[in-house]
Design a protein around this ligand. Structure first.
Ligand SMILES: *Cc1c(COP(=O)(O)O)cnc(C)c1O
Length: 385
């Protein structure tokens, strides 16, 4: 097998623990939908979906019909797939045939769904996403009555599976007033819906932050991304958890992902020499440098130039110089035995040291989800215990 310049390991034990922890917060009744958009937040749909199934998940949410297809290729059980975003007209037929569920947030999509369902002779399974103040997708209130009437009239071809919305920034407590308004609006629209004489099978609003911190947002299904990969949606949500439990610190969410590479080359350099392109790093003393075989094209952020850290032989090694397209250098002067081929941890634990995903965010201002979701598809993913 030809080898890639880095590799990602996914921990099944960590995933199981995260799901158990979230379950404790949401109770036993709600369907747990694992949000695997963006290639399972960079974890890799092909590896992650079967792992999630092993951990008991039977429902997956994605952003597009393309991702729905990816999940359908990866699943090993009869798990349900739900599209929350883009669904091209051309893909409608495949989606309905394969019983993929999808959000409807405008009348044209609703009509298209009915037409396609009728043509194929199989029901379209829809989740009506209503506008509650997020102003992203969501059916406007003014169109609700028409949509409900249409669903009622065409119930032969439309299964009204869900009624839902998405919060705009619920991970930040300073946004609470807006969250509250969204929830109130949602309940009002739901009431109007049931009064019209039809009822969806499921009601759902909660993402990770909502499920962890706001029990009133947990209804018949939760859509969980961030948290089940082992990341806190925000410091606010972590602090709510500490308040709820009375603990001073706690680590119930475990990072699923570990990212590793190997030392490609070693170099001894003299004081005052520059390292790599340009003059951003000048050796303050004689140094030993390890050259690593990946760079910004492989998902290692260029903003970590002269700032990031990796772990080699149980010791931290700081990045020196610029992150190049597919190489960067670290200082191993204090780590004499380092040699070519040594394992390098980019994200994860080695001996007593850990590089967290959060540490990347602190250096780069990128959010955790941004870093992981940009890990290139080409890096091999492997499930471990
Ligand atoms: C991404 C997304 C989620 C999951 O959000 P997390 O905060 O990562 O749990 C849920 N619902 C919708 C509509 C989304 O787009």
């Amino acid at each position: 097998m030809v080898r890639h310049s880095s590799r990602i390991e996914l921990s099944l034990a960590a995933l199981k623990q995260n799901i158990n922890f979230i379950r404790k917060k949401i109770g036993t009744d709600a369907i747990f939908s694992s949000v695997v958009k963006a290639d399972a937040f960079g974890h890799g749909i092909g590896t992650f979906v079967p792992m999630a199934e092993k951990a008991g998940i039977r429902h997956f949410s994605v952003a597009s019909s393309y991702e729905a297809w990816e999940v359908s290729e990866a699943r090993t059980k009869e798990s349900t797939i739900m599209i929350m975003g883009i669904l091209y007209d051309d893909d409608m037929e495949w989606v309905i045939k394969n019983e993929v569920e999808f959000f409807v947030f405008d009348l044209p999509r609703l009509k298209k769904a009915k037409a396609a369902a009728e043509m194929i002779g199989k029901k379209a399974i829809i989740h009506l996403e209503v506008e509650t103040g997020g102003n992203r997708t969501g059916l406007e209130e003014s169109k609700l009555d028409e949509a409900l009437e249409y669903i009622k009239q065409h119930s032969e071809w439309i299964r009204f599976e869900g009624f839902c919305t998405h919060y705009a920034g619920i991970e930040s407590l300073s946004n609470q007033f807006r969250t509250r308004k969204q929830l109130d609006k949602f309940e009002k629209l739901y009431e109007r819906t049931t009064q019209s004489g039809i009822e969806p099978n499921l009601k759902h609003t909660a993402c990770s932050a909502a499920a962890l911190a706001f029990p009133e947002t947990v209804m018949d299904l939760v859509r969980i991304g961030t948290a089940h990969y082992g990341m806190w949606p925000s410091p606010d949500i972590y602090n709510v958890h500490l308040q709820q439990t009375g603990k001073k610190r706690d680590a119930p969410l475990k990072r699923v992902l570990t990212w590793k590479t190997d030392v490609m080359h070693i170099k001894e350099i003299k004081k005052d020499e520059f390292v790599g392109y340009g003059t951003s790093y000048q050796a303050p003393r004689d140094m030993k440098i390890a050259v690593l075989p990946l760079g910004y094209s492989n998902g290692y952020p260029r903003t970590l130039s002269n700032r990031g850290e990796v772990i080699i032989r149980g010791k931290k090694a700081p990045v020196v110089g610029l992150i190049n397209m597919n190489v960067f250098m670290v200082d191993v002067s204090h780590n004499e035995n380092v040699e070519v081929g040594d394992e390098v941890v980019l994200i994860g634990r080695q001996k007593n040291h850990v590089i967290s995903i959060r540490s990347f965010s602190e250096f780069t201002n990128a959010i955790n989800n941004e870093l992981v979701s940009r890990l290139p598809d080409a890096i091999p993913r492997v499930a471990v215990k």
